[in-house]
Design a protein around this ligand. Structure first.
Ligand code: ZN
Ligand code: ZN
Ligand code: FE
Length: 762
């Protein structure tokens, strides 16, 4: 527009891609154009928003600048392109209906209730007073209600409610906060609450359903509550008997329950909340944040037994705000499912699946389009680390440098997620879960089908794990499309590289429970010299026999015995004074002895996760575990209580790959056990040693860029100590922030590798 008189009338076509739907973007454009006296129109497109705008050249330039500068809070531009068009001489600016095209517009995640809506539901003068489905363009459900793109009411589960005159006038008024707020509703036209008994008989509805639900919780009842992305099971967090009952019914012995607090203030009474943690809790993502418990808190000891941390969240839907305000005490809010099954989203299904779990059902008629669990975040070295990406964070889209063909990555086996490349971006699904049960696998298949449908993607190839027996691998193999099998730990490393936009070579430290190695053995304590395309196994932990294989996940004592057998051979069975013996009955001990001596059902592993478990057992911290990683977590908690820099001896053997021999450490730990030092002290010494192992391997390999990935790096102490120690020595450290370090990040790594492999080699 240079060199032309500034008062020439021109017309521009503007295409904006990014997060611009469902955030009040079109009304913002409308108001801006009106204010600036420009004509034309704006509408949603499948790729974002398209604007045609006409007026004096100079004003158009300012319009483009103000679009970027003044855009609504949740809007995020990925690209803004504009080109000159022929002028049309219109006199006004309007908002047009959407048209369908290619479906790549990013969908916004579900957003927690905004301050304005919150004020309305507690204002007796407001027509939405105590209305649990209040929302606006700045808040409310999105991903959990959208069935197809573009994001318009007719494509959401709200389509069955027709708006009353008042709601419609808000919806159609560009000056209103609810202009094109797709889930807009009120007590006259929208969904309402119903309280059902365990047989599905309606007891009461509307406000009475809310007050009676609160009363039931006060009386220690277990309440199933239909929320944003599925059902929660709720009980009074201060009621021991109710919490115990919930554990019994849910078949969940010790795994911590998440709590929902009425307010940040009440939460601060029970846990240490840093500024960043408070910001996370009150953000529109409103995840569960792992917080350090305060010593004396009112709630039941059954919430998170033996765990110094607490998973806490704040109300994120009007229904929660109303219910928690009524109660004024924290409740357990755990996902509505049997252990490890997918979360329940439909009330008819809930009645069947949660029949033996809940006493009452607080439900409503707004359907949930897909299950979206609560997300989990932990603060590590002063920055967040997302451990589970679901509500508020999903779907997550990540820009690619070039357009890639449609590829579907099916992820791993535990904490499964899937990823899809569409056009110039990769979309990562919400957390799906462990694919252990038929229900979980059905959930995986459904999520996958809906995900492809949603983005209108027909994958040309699949990416899966190298493990032949993963349900996800078998699913991918059945499709007959070109299939890329990616080594598990390589996927971990590349997921972190892609998160940090790293290219070239890195030393990837990938530590987790298990992953299928390229040599057919079980890996898990890996140092991979990696690019996005390939890797070389630079080093790994000395392998050991794991008696009973997967059984050891729930029995750290088996890992401990495996470590000792590798250290002393048969001699371990001759040691009469061995403390570990007391962890077994005589028959068990003899059976495992037979298994080890004959090498039956004893896979050889290099697993860092099992090393953690084994050491936890040798220190007497935990011989059996209620869930994977429990013993390792307890070891971390013990180590946090000590503070020193002592390390255990270890050696590095071999050449290519190098082998980290931990046997000297194991012998020294057993010696230390005879001495005066506390278990906490020894646990810290073990952590320090692992950090020293990383440092020595990094120095031997001579690669300055070091990437930390795999489930073991959910361990805050290990991650923080590694970063500090290696940075001291001049290494550049990268760890996960937005992509989970655990297997929830596998699909993202898989797809990054597949996209890279499509590029020609340079
Ligand atoms: Zn709002
Ligand atoms: Zn209405
Ligand atoms: Fe893994």
């Amino acid at each position: 527009m240079k060199n032309r008189p500034s008062n020439t009338i021109e017309r521009l076509g503007v295409d904006i891609r990014g997060i611009v739907q469902g955030v009040g973007f079109r009304p913002f454009v409308f108001r801006l154009a009106q204010e600036m006296g420009l004509s034309g129109w704006v509408r949603n497109s499948s790729e974002g928003v398209r604007i045609e705008v006409e007026g004096e050249a100079e004003r158009l330039g300012k319009f483009l600048l103000r679009l970027q500068k003044e855009k609504p809070l949740h809007a995020d531009f990925r690209s803004l392109e504009h080109r000159p068009l022929k002028t049309k001489g219109e006199h006004r600016f309007e908002i047009r209906l959407s048209i369908a095209g290619r479906k790549t517009a990013p969908v916004l995640p579900d957003l927690a209730t905004c301050p304005e809506c919150l004020q309305e539901i507690f204002d007796p003068q407001n027509r939405r007073h105590r209305y649990p489905f209040t929302n606006c363009t700045q808040c409310g459900p999105r991903f959990s209600i959208v069935e197809a793109l573009p994001y318009d009411r007719a494509n959401t589960t709200m389509k069955k409610f027709s708006m009353c005159a008042s709601c419609r006038s808000e919806y159609e008024n560009p000056q209103d906060r609810r202009f094109h707020a797709q889930p807009n509703a009120c007590p006259d036209c929208g969904p309402y609450l119903e309280l059902w008994d365990a047989e599905g008989k309606k007891l009461v509805s509307h406000n009475a359903a809310l007050t009676q639900s609160a009363e039931a919780l006060r009386c220690g009842k277990i309440l199933a509550v239909k929320g944003i992305g599925g059902f929660h099971l709720m009980v009074d967090a201060g009621n021991d008997a109710a919490v115990t009952q919930l554990r019994k019914r849910k078949l969940r012995k010790e795994k911590p329950f998440a709590l929902m607090f009425p307010s940040l203030h009440s939460l601060q009474g029970c846990a240490e909340v840093s500024e960043l943690e408070a910001a996370l809790l009150t953000s529109s993502e409103a995840p569960i944040v792992l917080l350090r418990k305060k010593e004396f808190s009112r709630f039941s000891s059954g919430i998170a037994p033996g765990n110094p941390y607490l998973g806490a969240m704040l109300p994120y839907a009007p229904l929660h705000h109303l219910l928690l305000a009524e109660l004024d005490f924290p409740v357990v809010a755990t996902s509505g499912n049997l252990s490890e099954e997918p979360i329940c989203i439909d009330e008819k299904e809930a009645l069947i699946r949660l029949k033996d779990l809940a006493d009452l059902f607080l439900t409503h008629q707004r359907p949930i389009a897909r299950h979206v669990d609560d997300s989990i975040v932990r603060v590590v070295e002063g920055r967040e680390m997302i451990l589970r990406r679901a509500r508020g964070y999903a779907p997550f889209s990540f820009p690619l440098e070039n357009e890639a063909e449609a590829i579907l990555a099916v992820g791993g086996h535990m904490k499964n997620t899937v990823a899809l490349s569409v056009g110039e971006e990769v979309v990562l699904s919400q957390h799906i879960g462990d694919l252990e049960t038929p229900q979980a696998f059905a959930g995986f298949q459904e999520t996958m089908a809906r995900f492809q449908d949603f983005y209108d993607a027909k994958p040309k190839r699949f990416v899966c794990d190298l493990h032949p027996d993963y349900a996800s691998t078998r699913y991918a193999a059945e499709h007959g499309l070109p299939l890329l099998r990616v080594q598990h730990h390589h996927a971990h490393v590349v997921s972190c590289m892609a998160e940090h936009d790293l290219h070239g070579q890195v030393l990837g430290v990938a530590w987790d429970g298990t992953g299928f190695g390229s040599d057919g053995t079980i890996w898990g304590g890996e140092f991979l010299l990696s690019t996005r395309r390939a890797f070389e196994r630079a080093a790994h932990f000395l392998t050991f026999l794991l008696p009973g294989g997967e059984k050891a996940v729930r029995e750290p004592r088996r890992a401990a015995l495996g470590l000792l057998y590798e250290t002393w051979g048969e001699g371990v069975f001759a040691k009469q004074d061995l403390a570990l013996r007391e962890a077994f009955h005589l028959e068990e001990w003899n059976l495992l002895r037979e298994m080890l001596l004959k090498n039956l059902h004893c896979p050889r592993v290099s697993s860092a996760g099992r090393l953690f478990d084994g050491v936890a057992s040798l220190l007497g911290i935990r011989h059996k575990a209620d869930f994977e990683g429990q013993a390792a977590m307890k070891l971390e908690f013990a180590a946090e209580r000590a503070n020193h820099r002592e390390t255990y001896p270890f050696t590095i053997l071999g050449d290519a790959p190098l082998i980290v021999d931990w046997r000297p450490m194991i012998s020294a730990i057993l010696q230390d056990r005879q001495g005066e030092k506390s278990v906490d002290h020894l646990a810290r010494k073990f952590h320090n040693t692992l950090v020293e192992m990383i440092l020595q391997i990094a120095e031997r390999v001579g690669e300055k860029k070091v990437v930390l990935s795999g489930g073991c790096f959910q361990n805050k102490l290990l991650t923080e100590l590694s970063i500090r120690r290696l940075q001291e020595k001049g290494f550049q450290l990268y760890r996960h922030r937005r992509i989970p370090p655990n297997d929830g990040g596998i699909s993202f790594g898989q797809i990054a590798i597949a996209v890279e492999k499509q590029k020609p080699c340079v």
